[in-house]
Every structure is written in C-alpha cells, then in structure tokens.
Ligand binder design. Structure first.
Ligand code: BTX
Length: 329
C-alpha cells in the first residue's frame, strides 16, 4: 500500500493519542523540511482535523472530523487484507458501480470503495438505497474467494453475521437478521446488503459485497416512504457512533467469517446466523420473482436456502425472496 507523507503525519498524530508530536522529529523521520511538515499539517487541518501547536513540544491532535477516510479507518483496522486498499469518495453515485469497475480492472482481494454520500445508492432488484451524506457507512468490498459461483450467495449470510457482530460490539445493541439480507433493530431495517458476482461458469472472479448501514441519521433524514420501516443506530441507542471504527470492525468480522466459510464451509456460519436470526419459527410471506408463498420458516439448509412449511404441509426451499414477518407460528 502506498501511504502518502500526509497520511504518515496524520497517522503519527492519531497514534500519539493526545501527546505532542515533535515537528523536528517528523521532519527527520520523513526526511523532509519543517516547512513541508507545516504545509502538510495545514492540509490536514483543511480536512477538518483540529491541530494545536505547543511551543517547544510539537503538534497535538485535538479533534478528528467524523469522516470515513482511509486515514480514519486504517488505525482501527485489524485485518490482513480487507480494507488494506481503500478508495474514498466524498460523494459518488454508487460505491457498488465503482467497485464493479475496479474488480473488472483487477483490484486486489479486500479492496474497499467507501463514500460519505451516494446520490444513486442501489438495493436489490434495482431498488434505491437512501444514503444520506456523512451519516452512514456506504461501502463495497471486493473479495476474491476460491469458491464455485453456486456458493457465492452464501456470502450474503456471512456478511450479515459479520455486520451484526460488529454492530453489537461497537454499540451494545442487539441486531437481528431477517433472511437473507436485512439487519433489523426493534423490527426496523438498519442495514442492507447487496451481493453481486463476477464469474464464469465454474469460477468466481470476484464478489462485491455492498454494505449500507444507517449510523447517525435522525428519522427525518430518511425519505418519508421508509420512515416507518427504517432506523439508524443513533435512533436506537441515542448516541453518535464513530463510523470509521464501525467500518473497521465490519471489515474485521467479514474477513474472519469469510475465511472461516472458505476453510470450513457453511456449517459454522449457519450456527452463528441462527443465533442472530429473527426469521426461523415465524409465520412469513416470501415473495420471490415468480410467486408468493405463505407459511412457517423452518430454518436454513447447509446451503443457506430458507425452508418454508406451507399450510398444505408441503416444504419449499427459497433461494432469494423478500420476506415479510407475519408474527409467531
Ligand atoms: P433491498 O432491496 O433489500 O432494500 C431496498 C429497500 O429498502 C428499498 O426499496 C426501501 O424500501 C428500503 N430502504 C431504502 N433505503 C433504506 C435505508 N437507508 N434504510 C432502510 N431501508 C431502506 C438492500 O436492498 C441492499 C442495500 C445495499 C446498499 C449498499 S450501500 C453501498 C453499496 N452501494 C450501493 O449502491 N448499494 C450498496
């Protein structure tokens, strides 16, 4: 990874955790003049960081802006490959479109595209995804696992488990997973996952996992049509959440469970998924592209397929559907 001088200076200021960092020491270590250090510090301040200069001691980072730049995410990142290359945008149409292009151009496993705002965020089946500026995590992760294309859809479930775990760790909230790709808190959607595949018949070139997490929005930030069904982490626990920390944790668990899945198959993920799910045992309506089924969700198979027991007693497996929870059996 190519780290710029500016990123190196910022990283030193962040790692100093409020202690002064000497300008001379920075200049010596980075082999540039004090004037250049000062210019980089000015540029860092223009990005929203507040830096105090203390005579004879150095520079202290007083506050950091709420942004999801690589400089903010990487110090919190505990991964081998995921998020080691981060492509950051203040605004874009959709991180998913940029990531798809990058994947075709050969971007390495683990590349992340992240934006403060999406003007045309996408959900499944070309639905739109509300992506308010500076309030959520809107990111697409390019992964290149050695699996057959037929197993790629299971990465939606792997991602759901990873995001749930990360939210739980950072906020103490208890999210639930509604099969296959919704994460809910108190029955409202806080996260959407869009898994897209670039593959040939028998080989996966890349999977692009689009992750949208509502983090710091107030209810009024959502379009009226979804105000009854959507929520944010802030609405649920009343506190602002550090988005870059949460993004780093999501990447951590995504790498951990992605590796677990590739090495050991779906079984261990299934157990985790089941422990977080709010679908099994419930009466549901499943709308697939072809039909609408009503019955009781029995569970997921070892392939991640949802089994539904219809009122006729017939058991049907669905691979992809919109699920409406109708209440307990
Ligand atoms: P989905 O098809 O399951 O959900 C889309 C539906 O969810 C919409 O039709 C609307 O009813 C509702 N909705 C829209 N925006 C929100 C929101 N912010 N919060 C709650 N509900 C909402 C889910 O598709 C997949 C979403 C993936 C989003 C990520 S963001 C990064 C990446 N880039 C991109 O364009 N998409 C992905």
């Amino acid at each position: 990874m190519n780290i710029s001088i500016k990123e190196k200076i910022l990283s030193q200021l962040i790692n100093a955790k409020g202690e002064p960092v000497s300008g001379q020491k920075l200049a010596d270590e980075l082999n540039i003049s004090r004037t250049m250090i000062w210019k980089h510090l000015k540029s860092i301040e223009e990005d929203g960081y507040v830096i105090e200069a203390i005579k004879k001691k150095g520079y202290v980072l007083q506050s950091i802006p709420d942004i999801v730049t690589p400089e903010q995410i990487i110090p919190n990142l505990n991964t081998k490959q995921l998020g080691r290359t981060i492509d950051y945008y203040t605004t874009c149409e959709s991180t998913q479109i940029i990531a798809a292009d990058k994947a075709r151009e050969g971007a390495p496993h683990g590349t992340v595209v992240i934006a403060e705002e999406q003007t045309d965020g996408r959900g499944r089946l070309d639905r739109s995804w509300n992506s308010t500026a500076n309030k959520g995590i809107w990111m697409s992760v390019i992964i290149r696992p050695a699996i057959s294309p037929q197993f790629a859809a299971q990465f939606t479930l792997v991602s759901a488990v990873a995001i749930t775990q990360a939210i739980q760790e950072v906020t103490n909230l208890t999210p639930e997973i509604k099969w296959p790709n919704d994460i809910l808190i108190n029955g409202k959607k806080v996260t959407g996952i869009l898994t897209e595949l670039q593959a040939d018949m028998d080989i996966v070139h890349s999977i692009i996992i689009g992750i949208g997490v509502n983090v710091n929005q107030e209810l009024s930030a959502f379009e009226e049509s979804i105000q009854k069904t959507a929520t944010s982490l802030k609405i649920e626990n009343g506190e602002e959440i550090d988005r870059s920390l949460l993004a780093a944790k999501i990447l951590y668990y995504l790498e951990k469970y992605g590796d677990l899945y590739v090495e050991n198959g779906f079984k261990p993920i299934k157990i985790l998924w089941e422990s977080h799910n709010c679908t099994i045992g419930k009466r549901i309506r499943a709308t697939t592209l072809r039909e609408t089924l009503e019955g009781v969700a029995l569970g997921i198979t070892n392939d991640g397929v949802l089994e539904i027991k219809l009122d006729s007693g017939e058991i049907r497996g669905v691979y992809s559907a919109d699920i409406h929870l109708l209440g307990k059996n």
